[in-house]
Design a protein around this ligand. Structure first.
Ligand code: ASP
Ligand code: MG
Length: 438
């Protein structure tokens, strides 16, 4: 059985749903198709939820009406028979009635999650109507019946496997299943989600749970590129190891949700990144082996905050790093880069959510300097850190750019640089030229 996940732009227009239906009906293998919400929907739902949280009901109502109008136009183009138009209308009406009811209830975090879930529920149900109209036999599998997370928001593959197998066994003769990405149930049994962009994670978890032959992630670009295509001239990377892909996804390559690597890696499921608009293109395959050595790609992650802790007492002291890291652990804030000297430590984090508290607790350890608006630029490739010429080329390419931190040696596949966000474009372009000749 294989998994095919389609992102928001792949289902965001009626004609795209038509393309998706062709892709999922090719070949004999059984499939579970995971869909995101139509592009723009989750953003709109976030806005609705934010308006409600701010008790701005009038604005929320306006946003709901606007989104509803979008869906009515969408189904008008999607359905070609009166019967399926009526079926689609009933679905849109049901979900927008729900949003309108929510308008009258007092806002809570659980309600927020209910609002955010509407996008994937709508996309899968409407796609199911479309498939039925075209006579494509399929089963709609409700993700809320098998996708679960525990009290720490961690998905439980064991439990997912049991529930999903049970569900699938009741459809032994079926070969095509459609389900929602992103949404799940939490430990309290409430509707929840796997965080923004989480449909990839859903797909990878499902692939792991059923031991799929492959997990295909279909988007609107032909695979993972060697650099940011919005900034540089780029080419797709044919093969990546799970480790390389994890570094790229974590350090900013938007094409794949970073969390979606581990289930596939742990259960050895190959992941393919493919383009709905150009299905014949090779795309990128992510497997255990890197395929080749050398530099593969550059990725950038913005919004980085650097924290420097300087203490003369650190000289020859032990336990200093532990004390510092404990503060970040306490505030569940993950550290991306670390550099140390004998008297100072610099770390970077990507969220200011608990910054004030963190600084307050670090203050007893020394002088704290916080600087914002940095970008981590990561250069990723199999064994690159062991190639002399590579480091030469790397630093030669960026010799004009002030670098705030360098992280080298943490992994054999990655060198990360911290630069001012204002230097991001120049850095990516310089590396593109120096490392890839592009
Ligand atoms: N619809 C969700 C989002 O926009 C999940 C996803 O698309 O992966 O974040
Ligand atoms: Mg996505």
């Amino acid at each position: 059985m294989k998994i095919m996940k389609f992102g928001g732009t792949s289902v965001g227009r009626p004609e795209r749903m038509h393309q998706v239906s062709q892709l999922i009906t090719a070949g004999d293998e059984s499939k579970i198709v995971v869909l995101s919400a139509l592009s723009g929907t989750t953003n709109a739902l976030v806005q609705i939820s934010d308006a409600l949280a701010a008790s701005n009901r009038a604005e929320a109502k306006q946003l709901i009406d606007k989104l509803e109008a979008h869906y009515h136009a969408f189904i008008g183009d999607l359905a070609s028979t009166e019967a399926s138009l009526q079926a689609a209308k009933a679905i849109v009406t049901e979900h927008f009635e729900f949003l309108n009811i929510i308008l009258r209830i007092s806002f809570s975090e659980a309600l927020n999650k209910d609002i955010l879930a509407q996008g994937e529920l709508l996309s899968t149900k409407l796609f199911s109507v479309y498939l039925s109209e075209k006579g494509v036999k399929h089963v709609l599998l409700p993700a809320l019946e098998f996708m679960t997370i525990d009290g720490y928001d961690e998905p439980q593959i064991g439990a997912i496997r049991v529930k999903l197998s049970q569900l699938l066994s009741t459809h032994a003769d079926d070969k095509l299943f459609i389900t929602q990405g992103y949404i799940c149930r939490n430990a309290r049994g409430e509707v929840d989600n796997l965080k923004r962009g989480g449909s990839d994670y859903s797909a990878s978890l499902i692939a792991a749970a059923i031991n799929a032959s492959v997990c295909e992630i279909w988007t609107d670009i032909d695979g993972m590129h060697n650099n940011d295509p919005r900034i540089c001239k780029t080419v797709p990377v044919e093969q990546l190891s799970f480790e390389e892909a994890a570094e790229l996804a974590y350090f900013g390559a938007k094409i794949l949700h970073p969390a979606s690597i581990w289930p596939a890696q742990h259960y050895k499921i190959p992941v393919k990144l493919l383009n709905t608009m150009e299905p014949a293109a090779k795309g990128t395959i992510i497997v255990e082996e890197a395929g080749s050595t050398g530099v593969k790609a550059v990725a950038a992650k913005d919004g980085i905050i650097s924290i420097n802790i300087r203490s003369s007492r650190m000289l020859l002291a032990y336990g200093f790093l532990r004390k510092i890291f404990e503060v970040f652990e306490k505030y569940r804030t993950s550290i991306d880069m670390v550099t140390t000297s004998e008297v100072a430590v610099s770390v970077t984090i990507d969220t200011a959510v608990n910054l004030k508290e963190i600084i307050r607790e670090l203050e007893p350890f020394g002088t704290i300097t916080v600087e914002e608006n940095f970008t981590i630029v990561s250069v990723v490739g199999n064994e690159i850190a062991e190639t002399k010429e590579f480091l030469l080329k790397l630093f030669e390419s960026i010799k004009e750019i002030p670098v705030r931190m360098v992280s080298y040696g943490g992994s054999r596949h990655n060198v990360s640089l911290l630069v001012n966000s204002t230097d991001k474009t120049t850095t990516l372009q310089a590396l593109n030229k120096g490392l890839f000749g592009l």
